[in-house]
Design a protein around this ligand. Structure first.
Ligand code: SAM
Length: 275
């Protein structure tokens, strides 16, 4: 199929890179992952194999037709023909309340898509994005450097950013003129329920030498968590390894866990913690 330059179509060719990107995402069975611009399916194929629930949004009708034939029979893939800029992601993933995003973004529209994603960050935990290298360098720049500016401040206000690796032009067909890079953006959680956060840190640090899982088990009633499966589900959704100790958690991670517990409360009808 001929690539349409007007749609920013530079497809990942067969190489180590699609695998490296999906390994960086490390999808878990059953979680919701949104792919923007699946193209010819270089990443989609690996994503569906993981057993996660994949929602792929593609603007090009011809490619949607091609992908539906390619992935016929996969019940964990939902293909949507749409402009990603028009999609309400929170509505799209319902009844799930959180998702992760992966995309080799079409460069002509990468900044508007990024801004659209940031506006809807409430239903996203993490985004793994491939963009032009200079854009990733600006998104992940630290104060004082020449790359630090508007894009760094915009993205870092909402997300922790991390550059993962570069991808050379030769990894794509057709070959672009510039290098690309993959970045991970972890959405900073907003903790609305301060009392829950304070209770959570008490529980987490109750026994410093114990794992997070064991401390949460012991403090389950304090945190109004129903049972073991709700604890492990919440940790999983918050991207926190249950076997770690609380002393290794950053404030961002604790806040993410508090947010995860808050979501569980909302889903199971437990009232606001401080009422
Ligand atoms: N993911 C594929 C890969 O890595 O080989 C394709 C990546 S290609 C750089 C970008 C893809 O985004 C193309 O398939 C293109 O048709 C699609 N696309 C372009 N504009 C889009 C938009 N506004 N909404 C959704 N998809 C779009």
């Amino acid at each position: 199929m001929r690539a349409k330059r007007s749609l920013g179509q530079n497809f990942l060719a067969r190489s180590v890179y699609p695998k490296r990107i999906v390994e960086a995402v490390s999808p878990r069975t059953g979680e919701t992952i949104i792919e923007i611009g699946p193209g010819q399916g270089a990443l989609t194929g690996l994503l569906v194999e993981s057993g996660a629930q994949i929602i792929a949004i593609e603007l090009d009708r011809d490619l949607v037709g091609h992908l539906s034939e390619l992935f016929a029979g996969y019940t964990n893939l939902l293909l949507i023909e749409a402009d990603a800029l028009d999609v309400d992601f929170c509505q799209l993933i319902a009844p799930a309340t959180t998702s992760r995003v992966v995309a080799n973004l079409p460069y002509y529209v990468s900044t508007p898509i990024l801004q659209h994603l940031l506006r809807q960050r409430g239903c996203m935990g993490e985004m793994t994005l491939m963009l032009q290298r200079e854009v990733v360098d600006r998104m992940t720049a630290h104060p004082g450097g020449k790359e630090y500016g508007y894009l760094s401040a915009l993205v870092q206000f909402y997300c922790e950013t991390e550059k993962l690796f570069d991808v050379p032009p030769g990894a794509f067909r057709p070959t672009p003129k510039v290098y690309s890079s993959v970045a991970r953006l972890r959405v900073r959680p907003v903790v609305e329920d301060e009392k829950l956060f304070l209770e959570l840190i008490k529980v987490l640090f109750a026994q410093r030498r114990k794992t997070i899982l064991n401390n949460l088990r012991a403090g389950r009633n304090q945190l109004r968590l129903r049972d073991e499966s709700q604890i492990t589900h919440t940790l999983d959704e918050s991207l926190i390894d249950p076997q770690r100790r609380a002393e290794t958690l950053s404030i961002e991670e604790i806040a993410r866990l508090a947010k995860g517990i808050q979501r569980e409360h909302e889903a199971t009808g437990v009232g606001e913690y401080n009422k």
